[in-house]
Ligand binder design. Structure first.
Ligand code: SME
Length: 155
């Protein structure tokens, strides 16, 4: 990660640890990501409930996809495999569920607790191929930091 990403990762880790509860932690993450990284046009959490991903805190335009079955979308694919997915051109990916006509690229990073998927972080960009290894490393670090806070929520 470069210096900008390192600083942001550390700031977000502090905010996640200090947040009053899981919802506040998720809100802290999405607001800091969007203000720190201008190519993050939409940033949100999906939380796994049964066989569906349910939209949690987000910043950006309202999404029509408030509940996504595990078998659908790039979000469903990331949750099913437990692996991060980067899509450089959403319009050429048949899995893609459109959220905004402006979206060109997307990264989805699952939030794991052991082998269990708790949810995921989903970022859309209005720029093509906006996401690379720095973004994946940053978001995977955040996913690791927030997993215990999400686990609290489900207790
Ligand atoms: N594009 C996602 C759906 C969620 S919106 O981006 C917020 C997908 O294909 O799963």
């Amino acid at each position: 990660m470069n210096d900008t990403y390192r600083l942001l990762a550390d700031e977000i880790a502090g905010a996640v640890a200090g947040a009053a509860d899981a919802d506040a932690a998720m809100r802290a993450v999405v607001t800091r990501l969007q203000s720190g990284l201008p190519h993050y046009s939409w940033a949100g959490f999906y939380l796994l409930e049964g066989n569906e991903l349910v939209l949690g805190p987000y910043v950006g335009k309202p999404s029509p996809h408030t509940r996504i079955p595990l078998g659908r979308g790039i979000c469903g694919a990331a949750a099913t495999t437990g692996q991060s997915i980067i899509v450089d051109d959403v319009n050429s990916d048949p899995r893609y569920l459109a959220c905004s006509i402006e979206t060109k690229s997307e990264i989805v990073v699952p939030i794991l607790h052991g082998d269990n998927v708790l949810g995921e972080i989903d970022i859309d960009s209005d720029r093509p191929a906006a996401f690379g290894p720095h973004d994946q490393a940053l978001l995977e670090e955040i996913a690791t930091a927030i997993a215990p806070r999400l686990k609290e929520r489900s207790l």
